[in-house]
Design a protein around this ligand. Structure first.
Ligand SMILES: CC/C=C/CC(=O)SCCNC(=O)CCNC(=O)[C@H](O)C(C)(C)COP(=O)(O)OP(=O)(O)OC[C@H]1O[C@@H](n2cnc3c(N)ncnc32)[C@H](O)[C@@H]1OP(=O)(O)O
Length: 265
């Protein structure tokens, strides 16, 4: 499910679940184990996560969702990387979709080939990007871009993703070599400063106006299937609302506050 190798004091964790490196229980376990191994090894200074078969990752294994994925759930990998002092880079080729993009967003940095496409297609599948997509994407790309990506499921080309802040660097050539070179240049950086979870969300305008505008757009797009989409979106909005950060400061009469409070009963 995963190749673990060491190159020049860098651990290279290569997803190997053909044909498109989906994240089932076994793959998640092997990534979790690989990251733990790299973290514990004092000779390792940094980590590259990449994928075999010309693709980073097509997301969670949809076939396993019905039976329930087993621990470690993808989110545990994010929690682990958030606390790592060694820098971790996602070296992306092909696609990073759904849980695949969420895995990349766990990493401190993301580099990609120009041909890469990234997306969060969960809403189109009746799921929500619950493995950190709603938390980390707005922190990387800003609130408006994140809303757009989450609600449309559009595949974003690498250069556009770089302009949004999702990708740190577009590279050419061998993605693993580039990943190693990139992450070695980050070994002296305090990883807490680049951990997406720690960042605040950038947005311009009024949060309620932004939320309402997207809600209106989604309601009209998903004609006849409003209820599930709205309930998922409500949850997304609450998280994007920076529930933990801003709820206290919201006016008690604001629709955002009322919605957030109501859903937390
Ligand atoms: C709380 C739960 C959270 C979930 C988050 C998620 O990650 S949901 C999943 C989000 N990902 C997707 O929706 C991606 C779906 N896949 C694709 O769009 C395409 O497969 C691809 C990655 C663009 C590759 O396209 P290509 O044409 O090269 O290959 P195929 O489409 O023919 O796929 C090859 C086989 O792989 C199977 N497969 C693809 N993605 C998944 C997946 N996420 N889970 C399970 N299986 C997947 C596909 O069914 C093919 O299988 P065959 O048996 O060969 O038919």
């Amino acid at each position: 499910m995963m190749d673990y190798s060491i190159r020049d004091q860098v651990a290279v964790i290569k997803l190997d679940n053909p044909p498109v490196n989906v994240l089932g229980s076994a793959a998640l376990t092997s990534i979790y184990d690989g990251i733990g191994k790299a973290d514990r090894d004092p000779s390792i200074k940094a980590v590259v996560i990449c994928g075999k078969n010309g693709i980073f990752c097509a997301g969670v294994d949809i076939k396993e969702l019905d039976n329930g994925l087993h621990a470690p759930w993808i989110k545990h990998i994010g929690d682990f990387i958030d606390n790592m002092k060694k820098p971790v880079v996602a070296a992306i080729e092909g696609f990073a979709l759904g849980g695949g993009l969420e895995l990349a967003l766990f990493c401190h940095y993301r580099i990609a080939l120009k041909t890469v496409r990234v997306s969060l297609p969960e809403l189109q599948l009746g799921l929500m990007p619950g493995a950190g997509g709603t938390i980390r994407l707005p922190r990387a790309a800003g609130l408006n871009n994140a809303f757009d990506i989450i609600t449309t499921g559009n595949r974003i080309p690498a250069e556009k993703a770089a302009m949004m802040g999702i990708i740190d660097q577009i590279v050419t050539g061998d993605i693993i070599e580039e990943g190693i070179k990139f992450v070695k240049s980050k070994c002296n950086i305090d990883t807490s400063l680049v951990c997406l979870r720690m960042k605040t969300v950038k947005y311009s305008g009024d949060l309620d106006d932004i939320s309402e505008a997207f809600m209106t757009k989604v309601k009209s797009k998903f004609k006849g299937a409003i209820a599930p989409i709205v309930s998922i979106l409500e949850f997304v909005i609450i998280i994007l609302d920076l529930y933990y950060v801003h709820l206290q400061s919201l006016s008690k009469n604001s629709p955002t506050y009322t919605r957030a409070k109501g859903t937390c009963k």
